[in-house]
Design a binder for this molecule. Structure first.
Ligand code: KG4
Ligand code: ZN
Length: 338
């Protein structure tokens, strides 16, 4: 039988505070990628409130699906499969996407594909450049900090991961101590550009041979620094605190990524996750990879934070490999990547 030339996948992402639906052709061409963010709602609570997130996903999912189809100028009859984030994430939020995906797949008699959220973040890079294996991804999001080795599509080996806070989590907690709005990452990013990395915060390299990360010690050091100044009644230069904290994070992220890239002789380094939007991280990783002549791929800002195009992109690989899910697909809040 002749292979169909155009495979269109409808992707759904609802793992946290973004309701997103996308239509992607052949895993690499984005026809639409609608992201309805709840950030403004959660801001006043200083973080994502799970119950509020679930309810908002319920209210918006159908509208966002319709908008994604409309913008892509397709109908459900053109869709070949549904890809949905099955985990990790907030269980109540994930369930809304999974239930919607199952309903559509069942109603239209098309395959259902559950996708790991981090696989999605990694595949956001494939909209920029085709993968060359082996490749290494530095995953830095609100919930994850990982170095992931891939020798082929859809296969993930975790070389190292955080032992405590994720990079994005550390950004958000430090931002909170500096009384910046949620999510704090973009604010630290902006302030750091105006400051100097003059405060000697620690760098957690851990044991010489590990690719694991740890950010809780750094976070505590920053919080102590701020509290000490508060107690003494002296002011801190918030821009310098942001720049110094950020430099401690970036030194370790870039250092370990380059060491792993060299050890495993990778053909590409990819950057993935919400913190991949960070200006200084993008710049410094670009410089470090250029120095060692290692090709680096970084997604555009719009594809760094949570979106459904990346889920459809990763789902396309499963579709090609014949990895489909049954109607018993569930939401898995603590799902492992490898
Ligand atoms: O990947 P993501 O959208 O959600 C998760 O899957 O966790 O990542 C969100 C995280 C938040 O912690 C946010 O503060 C951080 O990414 N972030 C940034 C920047 N933009 C978003 N961190 C540093 N600099 C940024 N520009
Ligand atoms: Zn994410």
């Amino acid at each position: 039988m002749k292979q169909k030339e155009s495979i269109k996948i409808l992707g759904i992402e609802t793992s946290c505070d973004e309701t997103s639906v996308a239509i992607v052709e052949n895993g690499v061409r984005i026809l639409s990628n609608i992201v309805s963010s709840q950030m403004e709602i959660h801001k006043r609570f200083g973080g994502v409130v799970p119950e509020v997130a679930s309810r908002r996903h319920v209210e918006h999912i159908t509208l966002v699906i319709e908008e994604a189809l409309e913008e892509a100028k397709v109908t459900m009859a053109d869709i070949d499969a549904i890809a949905v984030t099955k985990g990790p994430g907030l269980v109540g939020a994930l369930l809304i996407g999974v239930a919607a995906a199952k309903a559509i797949a069942f109603a239209h008699g098309i395959p259902l594909i559950g996708v790991h959220h981090i696989a999605g973040h990694i595949y956001a890079n494939r909209f920029v450049q085709e993968f060359a294996f082996p490749l290494l991804t530095l995953v830095v999001s609100g919930g994850h900090t990982e170095l992931v080795l891939m020798k082929e599509h859809g296969e993930y080996e975790i070389l190292g991961e955080t032992r405590d806070d994720a990079a994005g989590e550390a950004y958000d907690k430090v931002a909170r101590a500096l009384q910046l709005p949620y999510p704090g990452g973009p604010h630290i990013d902006r302030l750091a550009q105006q400051g100097e990395a003059s405060i000697p915060f620690p760098r957690a390299w851990l044991e010489a041979d590990t690719y694991d990360f740890s950010f809780s010690g750094l976070k505590s050091a920053v919080l102590n620094y701020v509290h000490n100044h508060e107690q003494k009644g002296t002011s801190v230069v918030i821009e310098d605190v942001a720049a110094s904290f950020q430099q401690s994070v970036i030194d370790v992220l870039v250092g370990k990524t380059l060491r792993a890239a060299h050890e495993y002789g990778v053909k590409q380094v990819l950057l993935a996750g919400g913190v991949a939007a960070n200006q200084a991280l993008r710049q410094q990783l670009t410089l470090a990879c250029a120095e060692k002549s290692i090709p680096l791929v970084i997604p555009p800002f719009s594809l760094c934070t949570d979106n459904a195009a990346m889920i459809a992109g990763a789902g396309y690989i499963s579709f090609q490999k014949g990895r489909k899910d049954s109607m018993s697909l569930n939401a898995y809040p603590g799902l492992e990547l490898s």
